[in-house]
Design a protein around this ligand. Structure first.
Ligand code: ADP
Length: 191
């Protein structure tokens, strides 16, 4: 198996800008990096496409993947499985690209050791908000949560920030352009 491409993990608290930074990088470098698509047993929502938003499997199919050792990591959330498969990683590497995981800090804790156990080189980036107040503004500005959910996310963010020292790189997402340049520098340092 070809494992020469580094696998990147981009993490940080919810609302810090992981998706925004990734969208910028992908739009300029889609020939070199590709996001890992998650596999799930939850039903597709209107507008969601298999293989684009998620890979949709039945519970039986997902459990067969677990038993065959094909799930790198997975979790059962509200009765549905979510996880990432070794097949997805191999698909991206076989196109001579570097796979990128965009995960919350909890996800990284399982992922990095498992990827290393499977022989991959792993590089991890933690995106930092300029301040907790600014993180709150971004979550509020995104408009995806009500006030109760927002306070839970912020409380989680404070705990998640404690994880930052376990990452190879900590990059502040203050000015978007600078953050994109710094994350890109990490991803494309060797090529
Ligand atoms: P995450 O994927 O980490 O949960 P998002 O990418 O959804 O975060 O970003 C959360 C909100 O913050 C979005 O509304 C986005 O437009 C905004 N945002 C992201 N990066 C910046 C930045 N550097 N400056 C200001 N706002 C930003």
């Amino acid at each position: 198996m070809e494992k020469s491409h580094t696998v990147f993990i981009l993490s940080g608290p919810s609302g810090v800008g992981k998706t925004t930074v990734w969208d910028e990088i992908r739009s300029n470098h889609s020939d070199r990096v590709e996001k890992i698509v998650t596999t799930t047993t939850r039903a597709p929502r209107p507008g969601e496409t298999d293989g684009v938003h998620y890979y949709f499997l039945s519970k039986t199919e997902f459990e067969a993947e677990i038993l065959s050792g094909n799930m790198i990591e997975y979790a059962l959330v509200h009765g549905n499985y979510y996880g990432s498969s070794a097949g997805e990683l191999d698909r991206i590497v076989s196109h001579a690209k570097s796979p990128v995981y965009i995960v919350d800090p909890q996800g990284m804790a399982h992922l990095k050791p498992e990827l290393m156990r499977r022989g991959y080189r792993v590089s991890t980036v933690f995106l930092l908000p300029p301040s907790i107040d600014e993180l709150k503004n971004r979550l509020r500005g995104r408009g995806t949560e009500d006030e109760g959910a927002l306070n839970i996310r912020l409380a989680n963010a404070l705990v998640e920030m404690e994880e930052k020292d376990f990452y190879d790189h900590q990059i502040e997402n203050d000015c978007l352009e600078n953050a994109v340049a710094k994350v890109s520098a990490v991803m494309f340092a060797r090529s």
